[in-house]
Design a protein around this ligand. Sequence first.
Ligand SMILES: [Zn+2]
Length: 132
Amino acid sequence: MSSSSRFYSILFNKCPRCHEGDFFVTKSAFSRHFDEMHDHCPHCGENFMPEPGFYWASMFVSYAFFTIWSLLTFFVFVIWLKIDLDYFLIGLVPSIILLTPYFFRVARRTWLTIFIKPDPKRAQDLTRTVRS
Ligand SMILES: [Zn+2]
């Protein structure tokens, strides 16, 4: 995947501006401190907290991911593989619980990436400003 794509930062836990610095402190969504973010990009200094309450709207992004996951698994297991709906629902609930930290992180990265486009040149300028 091209590192100039917006999807790169969403999928690989990277700063949406420079694609170098990590967005979350921990690499894994399944660690104890999965929700801890950097306030600024450790590489270029991009602000990850544009305003108070910025990430409230990422709940709706997370909701969209859960809806897509539920519909996708429904079509695969119930429609295509003809598994009974009760067994599907019994399997869906734990999968949603297990995916909550992952979707939480992806939703936050997606939300910030909507507002910050990749710009390696500006990221280099910010790096000079931060380091000088
Ligand atoms: Zn950065």
